[in-house]
Design a protein around this ligand. Structure first.
Ligand SMILES: Cc1ncc(COP(=O)(O)O)c(C=O)c1O
Length: 390
């Protein structure tokens, strides 16, 4: 038998690491237990009905064909419109390339900026797919951790110290999943200064831009960064379309050409009827404010129900799709805490360890359940934490 490539084996070192609590929660659900799922970043609601209607109409109106490789002109126009809001810049449709989801944008960004043997700095704790996406380009990476004490804002001196001769890019994510940190202007200026001095790309994952109460700043908008930033946006979270797979990359026209070439050999363009509906949703902001509002309300309900407690320190404001909770007053080993919490109280949370060592002692709570169930999760968490000893 021929063997698979070495590359494919290296993409994901361990698929299930970090997901053990979630997998156990799924098992309990299958056994008929009513588990409150606050572990993964998935909505419990359908896409906005206007977007669904636009898609039905697109199906009826003959949108069944291959589409332009960088995205249809109206879709790129709509994506540029939303990019202007998200990045606070004047983006041209020719600087935008549509792709099936933020994840494929991340993949393409690595392919377009890294050669085998290159090195990337990744700010940790980080989203789970980053390492595999970098390995798939034949590159290596160093995780530079941010710390709870700094509100998980990365420190410039630690980034600078991790730079090697072959470092080509820094991968950042703001608003951040899992830490919920929204990078401040000072943080972004410090990162930009490093990138300019060392001639690096910034690959900037901004898929949560709309869930930041208007406080999101893109590194692309920092002086000197316009042409060295690859910004990644997606409709999954902002427009409630996780399963539709619509994302896009904002870069320069020259890089947009490269991303188009990448699309040619990978996706061969977007789905036609999804493109049409996505374009309308972006043009009319279908769901944009409503979804942000839903998470703000759920966040407020969660915090009210949690109340004041010395056991749990909340690191972010309502508005994000998640809360990052510091429970180090009660537990260092949050994987154990999360397993016992699941067993006793039937609430699934993500232990911080799943995202890297500096998130140990923290829990990430997703707000992907109804207000009523989020409230119940907070009540149970408070109760459990107050009785918990390690
Ligand atoms: C930080 C981050 N980046 C990228 C993605 C991928 O999103 P998409 O659904 O657009 O592929 C996610 C999904 O949860 C995410 O949390």
């Amino acid at each position: 038998m021929p063997l698979p490539s070495n590359r494919i084996g290296q993409i994901s070192e361990s698929d299930l690491e970090g997901w053990e609590v979630y997998i156990e929660a799924l098992r309990l659900q299958r056994d008929g237990k009513d588990v409150i799922m606050t572990s993964i970043g998935e909505h419990d609601f359908d896409p906005p009905h206007e977007t669904i209607n636009a898609c039905k109409q697109a199906l009826d109106n003959g949108h069944h064909n291959y589409t332009d490789i960088p995205g249809k002109p109206d879709l790129r126009e709509s994506m540029a419109r939303v990019s202007n809001k998200a990045l606070n810049l004047d983006i041209k449709p020719s600087e935008v390339v549509a792709m099936p989801g933020g994840q494929s944008c991340l993949y393409a960004a690595m392919q377009a900026t890294l050669d085998p043997g290159d090195h990337v700095i990744v700010i940790g704790p980080h989203y789970v797919t980053y390492p595999g996406t970098i390995r798939a380009a034949g590159a290596s990476f160093t995780v530079v951790n941010a710390f709870s004490e700094d509100g998980f804002q990365p420190k410039a001196e630690l980034i600078e110290a991790a730079i090697q001769d072959n470092t080509k890019a820094i991968l950042i994510n703001t608003p951040n999943n899992p830490t919920c940190a929204i990078y401040s202007r000072e943080t972004l200026e410090a990162i930009s200064d490093i990138c300019i001095r060392h001639d690096l790309w910034v690959i900037s994952d901004e898929v949560y831009w709309s869930l930041s109460n208007g406080t999101h700043i893109s590194p692309m908008a920092i002086k000197g960064m316009r042409d060295r930033t690859i910004a990644i946006l997606s409709m999954s979270k902002s427009h409630g379309l996780t399963g539709w797979r619509v994302g896009w990359i904002v870069s320069t026209e020259a890089m947009a050409y490269n991303f188009t070439q990448h699309n040619l050999v990978s996706n061969y363009g977007m789905n036609d009827f999804v493109s049409k509906a996505a374009s309308e949703a972006l043009q009319n902001d279908f769901g944009l404010e409503e979804i942000a509002d839903t998470y703000r309300k759920r966040g407020t309900v969660f915090l009210d129900a949690l109340g004041n407690t010395n056991d749990i320190r909340v690191l972010n404001e309502p508005g994000s799709m998640y809360f990052m909770l510091d429970v180090r007053a009660k537990a260092k080993d949050t994987k154990k805490f999360a397993f016992e919490f699941l067993k006793e109280e039937l609430v699934a949370v993500m232990p911080g360890e799943s995202f890297g060592p500096t998130a140990a002692g923290h829990l990430r709570i997703s707000l992907g359940e109804s207000e009523e169930r989020i409230k119940e999760a907070a009540v149970r968490l408070r109760r459990f934490a107050s009785n918990y000893t390690e």
